[in-house]
Design a protein. Structure first.
Length: 174
């Protein structure tokens, strides 16, 4: 249980569910034992229950806000995946992206991967284009002027909170 509480990054809260479940059992036992004892313990148990009500409301509001944001972001990545599928037009395809590559991979049918430096087209990507594969690079900004990608016209897409840009390498190396 300690590894869940210490080693899991804050963005991966789903991994904390077993720890929450394990902590909930002794917390419930403690609360029930307070309510079954004398007047002082019952009063303390009642105070704990009353304090849990605003906490539970707050947790519900946070969950609603996160779910709404995830749904909005999911719709935007859905559009990106569908656009890649259309651009590939039935050909083998792949892409790299710093965000949402599993979602775009699933929707587009293109092999997706996390974008790692260097951001320039790699030799493997150029080779894939030479073999007839459609290769895309998705960036959260316009390519820098010195980048080989700057010679391409990016395809803007609406991503979460800003525009993203798809670069089609077959236009450069095809």
């Amino acid at each position: 249980m300690a590894e869940y509480l210490v080693l899991v990054p804050f963005i991966a809260g789903r991994f904390l569910l077993p720890a929450y479940a394990l902590a909930a059992i002794p917390a419930a036992i403690g609360l029930v034992s307070l309510l079954r004892k004398g007047v002082g313990a019952r009063a303390l148990g009642a105070v704990v229950l009353l304090l849990m009500i605003p906490w539970a409301v707050w947790q519900g509001e946070v969950a609603s806000r996160v779910a709404t944001r995830d749904l909005r972001d999911g719709k935007e990545w859905l559009a990106a995946g569908l656009l890649l599928r259309d651009l590939a037009d039935g050909r083998r395809c792949s892409f790299v992206s710093p965000n949402a590559f599993p979602q775009i991979h699933f929707i587009s049918g293109c092999a997706g991967d996390q974008l790692h430096p260097p951001r320039l087209p790699t030799a493997a990507q150029r080779g894939a284009v030479a073999d007839g594969e459609e290769v895309f690079i998705i960036l959260p900004m316009i390519a820098r002027p010195r980048s080989p990608l700057a010679m391409l016209s990016p395809i803007p897409i609406r991503g979460p909170r800003r525009a993203w840009f798809i670069y089609r390498l077959s236009e450069l190396y095809g």
